[in-house]
Write a protein that binds this ligand. Structure first.
Ligand code: UDP
Ligand code: MG
Length: 315
């Protein structure tokens, strides 16, 4: 029987955690080909989330839990869930029932078809705040332009993954995690399932506009060195302008009778200095790019399938 772990990051979800378990169990109980285990991760909740989690675990043998010493964020909670999961398949979903459990059997079809991952994509964001909507689509556009990974717009974290993909994700052990990028970076075959956005009926969202902005900036810088490369290009551009400006000044000074303002010399110096400065920063940026890549310690490659057993692989 295929085993499947359902990872649920929870932060102050006392209002919804029991309803989540009940609703999801209703669906998973109909899927008799799989053995499901719930893995709740309490991300340092300050309300009754953790005691409720323990009650669930006492009452049901299919409930496991992890409780953090403090709030580390959803990214950390997902990572903890992945690293403590053992199932052949792993489902990641929010506790607030915004990820409809009815999608699980639908998405499972994708896994049966042979995909490594079945992921949900929100159809509409209409009911969310307008400004947030605008920033969200700007984020995807900028991010997809600057990074080599392509993230589909409105991709949610709600997904079913095979063990091989989860193991690949765990190989990216960076501290500053941005899962939407990581899911895309590891590759593997993903089938997308659109779903209608569901309003959160219980509890409140844990995101503020400020935290979303911070998350977006960290998402781009976690996957792109383009801003660093930009410094170099800017330096070359400024030095080019300085060169042609100086050339112009020199030619003008050779023409008899032509008068050059006193400022032209100053402008030459200014252009050269700022060009050289920007170029120097660009060179530093190049080195920082290397440090950045090495510091991330990402795997050099990821295998999807092989017929070579582990015993034959040299470490
Ligand atoms: N969450 C978490 N740690 C946090 C913030 C959120 O584990 O610091 C969990 C939260 O309990 C929920 C999921 O992440 O299960 C998504 O959070 P939320 O519903 O607030 O986000 P939204 O749906 O508004 O994007
Ligand atoms: Mg939510």
């Amino acid at each position: 029987m295929t085993t499947c772990d359902i990872i649920v990051p929870c932060y102050n979800e006392e209002a919804v955690i029991n309803a989540f378990y009940e609703e999801t169990r209703k669906i998973t109980d109909t899927m008799t080909d799989y053995r499901f285990t719930f893995l709740f991760v309490d991300d340092g909740s300050k309300d009754k989330t953790f005691p409720l989690m323990k009650e669930l675990a006492a009452a049901h043998t299919d409930v496991r839990y992890i409780s953090f010493s403090r709030n580390f964020g959803k990214e950390a909670a997902m990572y903890a869930g992945f690293s403590h999961s053992t199932g052949d398949l792993v489902i990641i979903m929010d506790a607030d029932l915004q990820h409809p459990p009815t999608m699980i059997p639908v998405m499972m079809e994708g896994i049966k078809e042979g995909y490594d991952c079945a992921a949900a994509r929100r159809l509409t964001r209409d009911k969310e705040r307008g400004l947030q909507n605008l920033f969200s689509s700007a984020f995807y556009q900028v991010s997809n332009m600057l990074t080599e990974i392509k993230m589909p717009q409105n991709a949610s974290d709600f997904r079913i993954m095979r063990r091989s993909m989860v193991d690949a994700i765990l190989k990216l052990s960076e501290v500053e995690r941005f899962s939407k990028g990581i899911f895309a970076w590891v590759g593997f075959e993903t089938k997308w399932y659109p779903y209608e956005n569901v309003e959160r009926t219980l509890g409140t969202t844990k995101w503020s506009f400020k935290s979303l902005m911070r998350y977006a900036i960290s998402g781009i810088t976690a996957f792109s060195v383009a801003p660093l490369k930009l410094l170099f290009i800017l330096g070359v551009l400024l030095c080019g302008i300085a060169f042609f400006y100086t050339l112009g000044v020199v030619i003008c000074s050779l023409i008899p009778g032509a008068s050059l303002g006193i400022n032209s010399g100053l402008i030459c110096i200014l252009l050269w200095l700022s060009g050289i400065m920007e170029l120097s920063m660009g060179i530093l940026g190049e080195y920082m790019t290397h440090i950045y890549r090495e510091a991330k310690d990402r795997p050099i490659y990821l295998i999807r399938q092989t017929n070579i057993s582990d015993a034959h692989v040299k470490n």
